[in-house]
Every structure is written in structure tokens, then in C-alpha cells.
Design a protein around this ligand. Structure first.
Ligand code: PLP
Length: 341
């Protein structure tokens, strides 16, 4: 099953106009082609933001959406950065509820490997080529069933440090889920694949030194091992996307007694600490791929390995803790799952 190709039957939509604001709560309709003006602002100037979140089917049949409130708030922050209106959190949640209540049937019971990926998007839909924010916006929420991210032993990936291209710069749009960020990243991702790697590692634009993210995911490191291990992730500097998975894993690590640290870590430190054995594990995390171990790093002509290139124990422990919450296998003490009936 390929990611994001076959959509379920419905689409939720809402529109905003300068004169009236949101013209009503999001409404469920059939998934299908849209009619847009060739002069639509979003098409020309990229005033487009999106989100990505998942619903899971629990063993008892319940459908549970993971942290939709956190995604609703990030959607608002992304919109703010792109000079777009807020979608009220309650509208975001209504859209999620309406969609999952109908198209959740696409998610079969008894296959915990599958989830329903939800894709809310908002774009500038006014037809006008003046260089200013649109006076009309369209919100849509669509979804598809996805799988393949669930196995006891996730495959470690190889990554290429991107020294040629930057994803985000100070003052830019790196912490917004803005569509153009991804178009700008495709070429670097291609370079990674050409170098025999799976993903690209983004470093800061100013010094090209400090590790920020890994493809469309956040990155974590483990220093040391056993109960004394420390869980490390780059601090949110304004050029990183503040992942909901990142936040969830920081919470889960703290609860398990691991000291956690949000700090600056350079590529050179990563290399040297992997070689000295201080860094024992590295993994990427995000809604789509959940937790993915990193086994090998390529930086120009230099290559190094993380641990023995196998998924490490802290990586697997945190991954399992997160999956257990997604699937309702452990009690939801944080109130992270929104149950849909
Ligand atoms: C969406 C995204 C993430 C991960 O965010 P989650 O909320 O964990 O899915 C990380 N980095 C980038 C660039 C992203 O777009």
C-alpha cells in the first residue's frame, strides 16, 4: 500500500471570507475534484498550510485519534505565520470527528499495523494576483489508510547530512507546516537517495553545523545506555517543526526516568560521540513513520555508524510505549486519545 494515493470516500470542507469569517462549521461531502480559479492565490504565492495526524482502531473496535487538539493548535500557529486566519480548534475537532465517524469504517479491525492518516489543509482560494494575503480561504480534510510502520524490529535507515541545501532559516517559515517548505526539500531528499541514503539530515542555515531535523521528522539521540541513558533532541530554535511525536516522546522518556535534554548538537559532535561510543542510538520520529532508527550517517566523504546499526533498546522502548498509547494497549493517562463513536 503506497502512502497517500488512495483516499477514502469523504472530504470535509469549510470556507472563510474576509467579510464574514468562517461561513459555517466544516461539512462532510464526497471526496472528488475541486473547481478552482487559475488565479488562485495559493497556487501562485504558496499561501498553504497543512497538518498530518492519525486515527487508530483499538482492539474493542473504538476509533481513537491521537492528540488532535495539539495538531489543531499547531495548524493555527502555521496559519498565523502565513498571514492566514485561525481555524477555531472546535472546527478542527468537528472536522476530525465527522470524517473519522464515517470513513473510519475503512480501517479494518484486527490489524494494528493500519491507521487512518488524516490530512487537513488550508489554502488561499481568492482569485487575485495582487501581492497581499488572500481574502478567501478553503479548509479541507481528507484521509487514507496507511500501514507498514509496525513491526517488532523496525529497519534502521541511512541518512545524508545536507550541506548544500537548507530547509529553514532564522525568521523564515521552518516552524510552520507550510507547503512550500516541502517543495524546497525535495531536491535535497533526491540527493540523499542518489547517495544511497534514505533521508536527509537538515542542519542550521547560518553555520551549517547544528542538527535540526531529519527529512520531515524530528531527530533524537541517546547518550549512554541502561537506566543512566540520556535522551537528547535538538532544542526548538524557531527553524524546527515542533513535532507532536517529539513532544509525546519527551514526555514518555521523562516518565520512564530518563533524563531528557533539549540542546544544540553539532554534526561533528554526533560523529565523534558515535565513534567514542557515547552516543549509542539515534532515531527519527513523526506521525507518519512513528519512530525510525538511524543506523548509518553519510556526511560528504565521511561515514559513521550509530551503535551496531541495529535499533537500540531505548529507541524500541519509547517506540513501543507510543504505539501502546496509539492502540489503547496502555491506559491513556495524558488524555491524548480522542475517542470517536
Ligand atoms: C510534520 C513534521 C514533523 C513531525 O511532526 P509530528 O507532529 O510529530 O508528525 C517534523 N518535521 C517536519 C519538517 C514536519 O513537517
Amino acid at each position: 500500500m503506497r502512502f497517500g494515493e488512495h483516499f477514502t470516500e469523504h472530504l470535509v470542507s469549510a470556507t472563510w471570507q474576509e467579510a464574514t469569517g468562517w461561513t459555517g462549521p466544516p461539512r462532510l461531502g464526497p471526496f472528488g475534484p475541486l473547481t478552482i480559479s487559475p488565479a488562485m492565490v495559493g497556487l501562485h504565492y504558496g499561501q498553504v498550510v497543512f497538518e498530518g495526524l492519525k486515527a487508530y482502531r483499538w482492539q474493542d473496535g473504538t476509533l481513537a485519534v491521537f492528540r488532535p487538539d495539539a495538531h489543531a493548535r499547531r495548524f493555527q500557529r502555521s496559519a498565523e505565520r502565513m498571514a492566514m486566519p485561525h481555524l477555531p480548534e472546535e472546527y478542527f475537532l468537528q472536522a476530525v470527528d465527522a470524517f473519522v465517524a464515517t470513513d473510519g469504517t475503512a480501517l479494518p479491525a484486527g490489524d494494528p499495523a493500519l491507521s487512518l492518516y488524516l490530512r487537513p489543509v488550508m489554502f488561499a482560494s481568492e482569485a487575485c494576483l495582487a501581492l497581499r494575503p488572500s481574502r478567501e480561504y478553503t479548509f479541507l480534510l481528507m484521509g487514507f489508510v496507511t500501514g507498514g510502520f509496525f513491526s517488532d524490529e523496525p529497519n534502521p535507515i541511512a541518512v545524508l547530512v545536507s550541506r548544500e541545501y537548507s530547509r529553514a532559516a532564522p525568521g523564515g517559515t521552518g516552524q510552520a507546516k507550510a507547503a512550500g517548505n516541502y517543495a524546497g526539500a525535495f531536491l535535497a531528499q533526491q540527493a540523499a537517495v542518489d547517495a544511497g541514503c534514505d533521508q536527509v539530515v537538515w542542519v542550521d542555515a547560518a553555520e551549517q553545523r547544528w542538527i535540526e531535523e531529519l527529512g520531515g521528522m524530528n531527530i533524537f539521540f541517546v547518550r549512554g545506555s541502561g537506566p543512566g541513558a540520556t535522551v537528547v533532541t535538538p532544542a526548538l530554535t524557531g527553524t524546527l517543526l515542533p513535532g507532536v511525536t517529539r513532544d509525546s516522546l519527551l514526555t514518555l522518556a521523562r516518565e520512564r526516568g530518563y533524563p531528557v535534554s533539549e540542546e544544540r548538537i553539532s554534526v561533528e559532535q554526533w560523529r565523534d560521540e558515535c565513534r567514542s561510543g557515547l552516543i549509542t542510538e539515534t532515531f527519527a520520529c513523526g506521525t507518519a513513520a512513528v519512530v525510525t532508527p538511524v543506523g548509518r550517517v553519510v556526511d560528504g566523504g565521511t561515514t559513521w555508524h550509530v551503535g551496531d546499526e541495529k535499533p537500540g533498546p531505548v529507541t524500541l522502548e519509547l517506540r513501543q510505549a507510543l504505539i501502546d498509547l496509539h492502540l489503547g494497549w496502555t491506559a491513556d493517562s495524558h488524555g491524548w486519545s480522542r475517542l470517536i463513536s
